[in-house]
Design a protein around this ligand. Structure first.
Ligand code: ADP
Ligand code: MG
Ligand code: ZN
Length: 644
């Protein structure tokens, strides 16, 4: 997207290059003239002879040289001679005596040309650059075409250059469907205008980072086979007020010439930020935004220009941008579900050689919460791993490992844990796993490992949801908290001691408890009152408090109650199954990594009824249920990160 600025740079460098060429030329000429000016050296004797023979018409005396101009009709006529200025007290007397020799003195090492260069050329060049700089700044303000600063640097892809089509966008069926209409319009605008239908001028693609918004915008252009003007919101906003506005104007002018076409403004929140409720105003951004608004109103949509924009912070956009006639269509590009993930993996797997045994569905299952970009990255990591092991095909284990590398970091071979620490980590992880296995309705354990990872985990327990969930019950949240606290609980029971390894578990458990109380209406005390609201749902999902300080204190109490209850539950389960905890921890300590089957076999020795039991047993009716935003479900792929 930043091909064009390069071109601009080149353009503005031209005068600099000319300037250098001129300077070098001047220096060469100056040097050459200097050579011509003193082009023959003679000896001091010769010089004295010349005085005696009255062959000299003029002498220029400097501290190190004597520059001699001979008289016409002598041997050196027309040349300039020089000789070293040897200390000679009598020279002056001799010259005066000779009578007809003009002589002058000169300061050391000074040449007329160097002199001219220093006094005129350098200051002039300096002034020239100052002037250019100021002038371009002014031009930027006026939004004119000179100086390139005001010019838009939209990269134009023309028809055949866009190879991306909807085939390259996996999943996201709803988004594609909404955009089909836009494509139809771009292909045959008259079909719509004949009936008098107006198509939306602007479509806003909204979703978390890496879900394929930019990709979809390109695919629309690829499908419609129209030129694609693509520009990032931040590239409008420059240091100088008015530059952005002039860029917007240029962009629309260019686009109108090439209609039907698509204008794509990526990360539009950079200019479209709401104008009110800001401490200090940002003139440049406001002007740019105003220009964009007026251009959007100004152009005739029947010509076939469609503006796509992408953002992951729709809530901060200015209301004026979203009103009918501007970006009135919103297409949600959310994180993919299980089927979507498998489809995306399939699209990207086409680029690599896969072993026929590879089961992408399994990979899709263990990557709940991953966006398209993550999945593309996983396939690539898997391929890299295959190469590293000298294979020609990507195996399932490569992909599995890639997923773990992306979630938890690489295995850290050089971090050697002491036997005692290893033991603690083993108990901790098996604590999580046992609580998970013995709590009805939680996801089955997939893997337990105590191999340290680069992202800080000393070990982790991975659970694998059997199917994608869209609703979580209160009971499931309680289970989840208990599982998270199971690690520390095991340490307490076995070693009667606490370590700092549970900090991440604690943080996540607390967050779930907080959400239960403040957002999901799952506490008795506050019933169904919203005490927090989620701010930017597509980024970190941070929540802001909407309640009084007194209520806040009560919320904290309520959270404590939930966490305590879950903690006690976890400890109870582990105490009752102490021998299982010891046994499995022993195996984990020895093997370092065990998988779900092996783990369940050991558990089933004591609880045969758990064998093959369907762990998903509908929601209990008395549970309050609530629709949960994706972020919460993501955390279900429980990765236990311990000890920073
Ligand atoms: P965004 O603009 O939403 O942040 P991008 O469009 O830049 O995300 O996506 C980054 C990369 O992720 C794409 O180039 C593509 O390789 C991959 N990707 C994301 N979503 C999908 C999808 N639905 N199908 C195929 N690839 C995808
Ligand atoms: Mg993008
Ligand atoms: Zn843990």
């Amino acid at each position: 997207m930043n091909n064009e600025p390069k071109k601009n740079e080149k353009k503005s460098k031209k005068p600099i290059i000319i300037y250098f060429i001129v300077t070098i030329a001047i220096l060469l000429v100056a040097n050459y003239s200097r050579d011509a000016y003193m082009n023959k050296e003679i000896s001091y004797n010769e010089f004295l002879n010349m005085i005696n023979n009255k062959e000299i018409s003029e002498i220029v005396i400097s501290s190190d040289n004597l520059v001699i101009t001979p008289k016409d009709g002598t041997e050196y006529e027309g040349k300039t001679l020089y000789t070293a200025n040897i200390k000679n007290d009598k020279l002056l007397d001799e010259l005066i005596e000779a009578g007809d020799i003009r002589f002058t003195g000169k300061n050391p090492k000074e040449s007329i040309f160097m002199n001219a260069f220093m006094t005129y050329i350098i200051p002039i060049a300096f002034l020239y650059f100052m002037w250019r700089f100021l002038f371009s700044k002014m031009i930027g303000k006026m939004g004119g075409g000179m100086g390139n600063i005001g010019k838009n640097n939209a990269k134009v892809y023309v028809e055949d250059q866009i190879k991306v089509t909807f085939k390259d966008v996996a999943g996201q069926e709803e988004a594609k469907e909404s955009l089909e209409e836009v494509i139809g319009f771009l292909n045959a605008p008259t079909k719509y205008t004949e009936i008098g239908a107006k198509l939306p001028k602007g479509v806003l693609l909204v979703g978390p980072p890496g879900t394929g918004k930019t990709l979809i915008a390109k695919a629309v252009a690829g499908e419609a086979k129209v030129p694609f003007f693509s520009l990032s919101g931040s590239s409008f906003v420059e240091m100088f007020v008015g530059v952005g506005a002039s860029r917007v104007r240029e962009l629309f002018k260019d686009a109108e010439k090439q209609a039907p076409c698509i204008i794509f403004i990526d990360e539009i929140d950079a200019i479209g930020k709401s104008r009110d409720n800001q401490m200090q105003s940002n003139d440049e951004r406001e002007q740019t935004l105003n220009q964009l608004l007026s251009e959007m109103d100004g152009f005739d949509s029947s010509k076939g220009i469609v503006i796509l924009a992408a953002t992951n912070r729709p809530e901060i956009l200015d209301k004026a941008l979203l009103r009918p006639g501007r970006f009135d269509r919103r297409v949600i590009v959310d994180k993919p579900d299980l089927i979507g993930r498998e489809a995306i993996l399939n699209v990207h797997a086409k680029d690599v050689t896969l072993d026929p045994e590879v089961d992408l569905k399994e990979i899709a299952k263990i990557t709940s919460g991953a966006a398209g970009a993550d999945l593309a990255n996983m396939i690539n990591e898997g391929a890299l791993r295959a190469v590293k092991h000298g294979r020609k095909k990507v195996l399932q284990e490569d992909l599995r490992d890639a997923v773990e590398v992306i979630i938890a970091g690489k295995e850290k071979k050089d971090r050697i844990l002491s036997q005692k620490e290893k033991k603690i980590v083993a108990f901790h992880e098996v604590g999580h796993a046992l609580v998970a296995a013995l709590l009805k309705g939680s996801d089955p354990v997939h893997k337990i490992t105590i191999v340290p990872r680069t992202m800080g985990a000393l070990g982790y327990t991975m659970q694998l949801p059997e199917e994608e969930k869209h609703l979580n019950s209160k009971k499931e949240f309680m289970n989840e908290i208990a599982i998270l606290l199971g690690g520390r609980s095991a340490e307490e029971i076995v070693l009667n001691e606490a370590t700092n390894g549970a900090s991440n578990d604690i943080e996540r458990a607390t967050q779930i408890a907080r959400n239960m109380v403040t957002i999901y209406g799952m506490s008795d005390r506050f019933d169904m009152v919203a005490l927090e609201s989620v701010q930017n749902r597509y980024l970190d999902g941070r929540a802001v408090r909407n309640c009084s300080d007194e209520t806040s204190t009560l919320i904290d109490e309520e959270i404590l109650k939930i966490v305590k209850e879950a903690h006690n539950k976890a400890k109870e389960i582990l105490r009752e199954n102490r021998e299982l905890l010891d046994k499995i921890s022993g195996v984990v300590l020895e093997k370092e990594t065990i998988f779900g089957d092996e783990f369940m076999n050991m558990v089933c020795e004591k609880y045969p009824e758990l064998k093959k039991q369907d762990k998903k047993e509908g929601l209990d009716l008395e549970d309050k249920t609530i629709e949960v935003e994706t972020e919460e479900i993501d955390k279900k792929t429980a990765i236990d990160v311990t000890i920073e």
